[in-house]
Design a protein around this ligand. Structure first.
Ligand SMILES: [Zn+2]
Length: 204
């Protein structure tokens, strides 16, 4: 009798992040364990960390802003970095940058300029040991983030539509440094920041 290989799941604590190395063919799965929680993703090529995830190229080549199974996420050098291979939520954002200290200072003045955890800081921390300059970290793929435009073009951020156990999987198309977060912005996460789980199935 054969059984499926055990896949270890790692939990990202609320308002923190994690680093993952992916070789070509490896599959990274991001799971929302409780529901209503965003996870930002950013990646760069290990061959040259100046080759980075590009929202603009991805929107160009995929001709959509609704990324789901079968869609690819492209680099600034117009090469596929990741292919989405599973998506049980089908509601994500690829328009907005990761929340940062300035996000809270400028958009959410209720915080009074106090230090606040952020996806940007967590991505910087995860990628800096691999030679990634903070200025290279642009628009993130915001898994489970619920952003929509009304008829005037104004953007709205609502609570994520993800429910407990929703899964989002990407297959690496090149060797990658990847950083993912459990988003720190209360407003993007239905008012409370919760954990994110992830696992990797190695091709080799
Ligand atoms: Zn965030």
């Amino acid at each position: 009798m054969s059984s499926a290989p055990t896949v270890d799941t790692t939990r990202i604590a609320p308002q923190t992040g994690a680093y993952v190395h992916l070789a070509p063919g490896d599959v990274l799965t991001v799971v929302d364990p409780t529901g209503v929680q965003v996870s930002d993703l950013f990646c760069v090529s290990t061959d040259d960390v100046a080759e980075v995830l590009s929202s603009g190229r991805s929107i160009d080549f995929e001709n959509t802003v609704r990324f789901t199974t079968g869609r690819r996420l492209w680099s600034n050098r117009s090469r596929p970095m990741l292919t989405i291979v599973e998506d049980t939520c089908r509601s994500h954002d690829f328009l907005l940058t990761p929340c940062s200290q300035q996000t809270f200072d400028i958009l959410y003045p209720d915080f009074g300029g106090a230090p606040h955890p952020s996806c940007f800081a967590n991505l910087v921390e995860a990628l800096a040991p691999h030679g990634v300059d903070p200025d290279r970290i642009g628009t993130t793929f915001n898994t489970f983030m619920n952003v929509w435009a009304d008829e005037s073009g104004e953007l709205h951020i609502d609570a994520p539509q993800s429910v407990a156990g929703d899964r989002f999987s990407v297959r690496a198309e090149m060797d990658l440094h990847v950083a993912i977060t459990a988003c720190s912005a209360e407003k993007s996460n239905g008012g409370t920041c919760k954990p994110i789980d992830y696992s990797v199935v190695r091709k080799g």
